[in-house]
Ligand binder design. Structure first.
Ligand code: GLU
Length: 485
């Protein structure tokens, strides 16, 4: 029987949860679920200065919101815990002692000044700066004495010389590194905390991870990690380094390109299923031209061998298109739930809307849904109902109200509206034809002046729908405000 696939997502909780991190988490999740394997979430918090619990909470919330649930790990536990690195220091210590005893790691007492001088020397000679290995062969007695004196030290791994370190990356193919360039790097800092490259190896090995799927930027860490797998006598997992996410200008995706954190997309009213669908396509290529995938379909179809080597481009229009697709599937209550916080934030809805207000908001969102690709866009669509002191948006629009027949049209519309028992989309619609006939003007000369008088713009949802939503009083007020009746 082949080995169970075990993958992990191992974020450093050092800031907002980036969309690239969510993509790594998703690819791991899909790789596990596709094969019936296990997905582990571990927190890499050894960078104590930058790690925060707030960021950890934020990452966990975002994963849950996206439906990227884990089988073992932080919060839920599992056989290989704890799953927060700072709670695993005792485990790491045992392995460090073992490496020291076996001569595979050593104490280094070099001072910062010495290291700087060495580095400068190497740079002067045009060499890549690598630690010289000065402390690698210190006599045992000297080491003991220095330790007794309380000299500060770090611990370095004794990297084998003149070796080719090779991996067959599942995305990038065969990649080789020179062990001499890796050098004897620090594995435990002077404060006693082991570094990422070291902890990650112990954790992945002890958690029986079979596939390390992560961002391309970690490829350069991989040779160091392989040196440590060998030193510790652990089997080396398979690696899959997923390409960077670029903005449309082909530069690395950053704040300049717009929102980069999952939270920002959530706040803007994107739907989790749409984000997941979009992220899956950032690097993974399905074998058909299908673009909309449910989570089940992604699980069924995802495979690492269809993850592209070339960078993925973050196309916000595509995300909007996908999100719009998922928005269309919402019923009117779900749609309102997505839109309501945005309307409240804009001051267009009360914090605690009455039943009547809820009904109106629901109808409005429903009528505006064609114009709303994601939640926050409802504000723009709803603006026409809440901004009373508007002016026609440009000269062309203003000219509509200067047409010869505009005044008569608005007047007749106002009178007809006053005569309706009830103002609904259905009762309003016949009025436009009636005005055309009555005043002998073409449709355009009826619809446009009314639309501009009511909204200040020449586009938008159906006019009868706008009128019904606005209600008789507001419509009359705006007709009067045009100064034409
Ligand atoms: N903690 C690392 C990061 O957040 C993850 C490294 C890895 O996946 O090996 O970038």
């Amino acid at each position: 029987m082949s080995q169970e696939v075990r993958v992990r997502f191992a974020p450093s909780p050092t800031g907002p949860f980036h969309i690239g991190g969510a993509r790594s988490a998703l690819f791991n999740y899909l790789a596990a679920k596709h094969t019936g394997g296990k997905f582990v979430v571990r927190i890499e918090d050894t960078d104590q200065k930058r790690s925060t619990r707030e960021s950890e909470e934020n990452i966990k919330d975002a994963l849950k919101w996206l439906g990227i649930n884990w089988d073992e790990g932080i919060d839920i536990g599992g056989p290989d815990g704890p799953y927060r690195q700072m709670e695993r220091l005792d485990i790491y210590k045992k392995y460090t002692e073992k490496l020291l005893a076996e001569g595979k790691a050593y104490y280094c007492f070099c001072t910062t000044e010495e290291l700087e001088a060495e580095k400068e020397e190497q740079l002067k000679k045009g060499e890549t700066p690598v630690y010289s290995g000065k402390c690698r062969n210190l006599p045992k007695e000297t080491v003991q004495q220095y330790l007794k004196e309380g000299r500060p030290y770090v611990i370095r791994v004794a990297t084998p010389k003149d070796q080719i370190i090779a991996i067959d990356d599942l995305v990038r193919g065969h990649v080789e590194f020179d062990s001499n360039i890796v050098g004897d790097f620090v594995i435990v800092k002077s404060d006693g905390i082991p570094v990422y490259n070291y902890c990650v190896v112990m954790d992945d090995a002890l958690m029986h991870i079979t596939h390390v799927i992560r961002a391309e930027e970690h490829l350069s860490n991989t040779p160091r990690q392989i040196v440590l797998y060998h030193a510790l006598g652990f089997p080396v997992p398979q690696f899959a380094h997923v390409s960077l996410i670029l903005g449309k200008d082909k530069k690395k995706m950053s704040k300049r390109h717009g929102a980069t954190s999952v939270q920002q997309y959530k706040d803007m009213g994107y739907l989790p299923a749409a984000i997941v669908n979009f992220l899956a396509l950032l690097g993974w290529t399905p074998d058909s031209d299908q673009e909309i995938f449910s989570q089940e379909e992604l699980i069924q179809q995802f495979s690492l061998d269809r993850v592209a080597k070339n960078p993925a481009v973050f196309d916000i229009e595509k995300l909007n298109w996908i999100n719009f697709h998922y928005m269309k599937e919402l019923d009117e209550n779900q749609l309102l739930a997505v839109c309501l916080p945005h309307l409240q934030k804009a001051g267009y809805a009360s914090e605690q809307p009455s039943e009547q207000e809820m009904q109106w908001l629901k109808a409005m969102c429903q009528d505006m849904r064609e114009h709303v690709q994601y939640g926050a866009q409802i504000v723009d669509a709803a603006k026409i109902f809440f901004t009373d002191d508007f002016k026609p948006e440009n000269e062309e629009t203003a000219a509509v109200l200067q047409e010869e027949t505009a005044s008569a049209v608005l007047k007749m519309f106002s009178d007809e509206l006053a005569g309706l028992d009830q103002v609904t989309a259905d009762t309003v619609q016949p009025l436009f034809k009636k005005i055309q006939k009555g005043l002998k003007v073409k449709g355009k000369f009826v619809y446009m002046p009314i639309r501009v008088a009511l909204t200040g713009v020449m586009h938008g949802p159906e006019l009868n729908v706008i009128v019904a939503l606005m209600g008789r009083d507001k419509v009359q007020k705006r007709l009067a405000q045009s100064g034409l009746i």
